[in-house]
Design a protein around this ligand. Structure first.
Ligand SMILES: CC(C)(COP(=O)(O)OP(=O)(O)OC[C@H]1O[C@@H](n2cnc3c(N)ncnc32)[C@H](O)[C@@H]1OP(=O)(O)O)[C@@H](O)C(=O)NCCC(=O)NCCS
Length: 311
């Protein structure tokens, strides 16, 4: 039987077993907590199987009150192929329709989300989506940055051989040093973000990214930097707002494009993530592939189909 869920009791543990991709299972608790604490102006619906074998999160936001999102759907392996997933999806769709949705997307409701869409490797979910009448209307991707290739050679910063046997990306490290020196020569400083950063981000890119910046300040496993010249912010980059391993968003003011501010801010965040113990970072819902590939050797790794259906 499908029921509405009040709290989060047991949800993290369920997700840890029900999410087939190890990188998602490892972040199950963070995901559950993140989706349960979204920005204002959003209604979150949680439904589950009454025997505790399945859960779904869905949401709808004031920003687009006709578009509902089924953000996460998970059934324990031993309870699969008995119609539970399909029943949960129907229940989530009904709740969203009651809230005014005329269209539903299987995927994240930015700026607070688990994934942009369905990772193409979740094959049963892909089958379920097609069976339920959804169509792929867009594609999104994450890029992976190997932090070990960008980090100092070892903890003491000397050139002794690294224990993990990996080779540093000397070319990009050299470029990074040049970029930093060039910006310094132009009077640009890179600083931790301050209380004025979110409102500056809002003025250029809107509420979504501003929320992510707010969420990246003063949180464990998160951070944000700005590039500043003569007291004026030129660009920002943040990480950890949705979860510690994810980088983003970042933006450079149109007038400052081409200075190299973005590259320097990106590397500063990735260096933080490395010092927090991460060995790779996800550039979440990434935009310009060429920029991230050139700047830090990131590669496209996770690909998400964004399924949509009219109700
Ligand atoms: C995707 C998932 C929720 C499906 O749950 P489920 O309870 O097994 O799904 P159902 O039994 O209701 O299946 C409904 C339909 O989906 C399709 N389907 C589901 N699993 C399938 C599989 N392994 N292979 C082929 N088709 C499948 C079928 O069309 C099925 O209908 P049918 O059996 O009448 O043909 C479950 O596999 C799961 O939790 N996977 C891991 C988490 C995940 O991928 N979540 C999505 C990302 S948020």
């Amino acid at each position: 039987m499908i029921v509405d869920l009040d709290g989060l009791a047991g949800v993290g543990a369920l997700l840890a077993r029900a999410l087939d991709l190890p990188e998602d299972a490892a972040e199950a608790d963070v995901l559950a907590a993140r989706l349960a604490a979204p920005p204002s102006g959003r209604v979150v619906v949680r439904v589950g199987a009454s025997d505790g074998t399945a859960v779904a999160f869905a949401s709808i936001s004031d920003a687009d009150p006709r578009l509902g999102h089924v953000e996460l759907l998970a059934v324990l392996p031993e309870a699969r192929r008995r119609g539970v997933g399909a029943a949960l999806l129907r229940a989530a769709e009904e709740r969203l329709a009651d809230l005014g949705a005329t269209r539903v997307r299987l995927g994240g409701n930015p700026p607070c989300y688990a994934w942009p869409g369905v990772d193409v490797r979740y094959t049963p979910a892909v089958c379920l989506a097609r069976r339920a009448g959804y169509e792929v209307t867009d594609t999104a991707w994450n890029m992976t940055a190997d932090l070990t290739r960008l980090a100092p050679a070892n903890e003491s910063g000397t050139d002794e051989p690294r224990q993990d046997g990996k080779r540093l990306d000397e070319k990009r490290l050299g470029e990074a040093r040049l970029d930093e020196a060039r910006l310094e020569g132009q009077g640009v400083k890179v600083l931790p973000a301050g209380p004025d950063t979110a409102s500056w981000v809002r003025s250029i890119w809107g509420d979504g990214w501003a929320w992510e910046v707010e969420e990246s300040l003063g949180r464990d496993g998160a951070g944000c930097y700005v590039a500043v010249r003569d007291g004026e912010i030129l660009g920002f980059a943040a990480y950890g707002a949705n979860r510690p391993s994810w980088f983003g968003p970042m933006g450079t003011a149109p007038a400052a494009e081409g200075l190299g501010v973005g590259r320097v801010l990106l590397r500063r965040c990735l260096a933080d993530q490395y010092s927090l113990g991460l060995r790779s970072a996800q550039i979440g819902w990434a935009g310009p592939i060429g920029f991230y590939s050139k700047a830090v050797g990131a590669r496209v790794e996770r690909v998400f189909w964004m399924y949509t259906k009219d109700l």
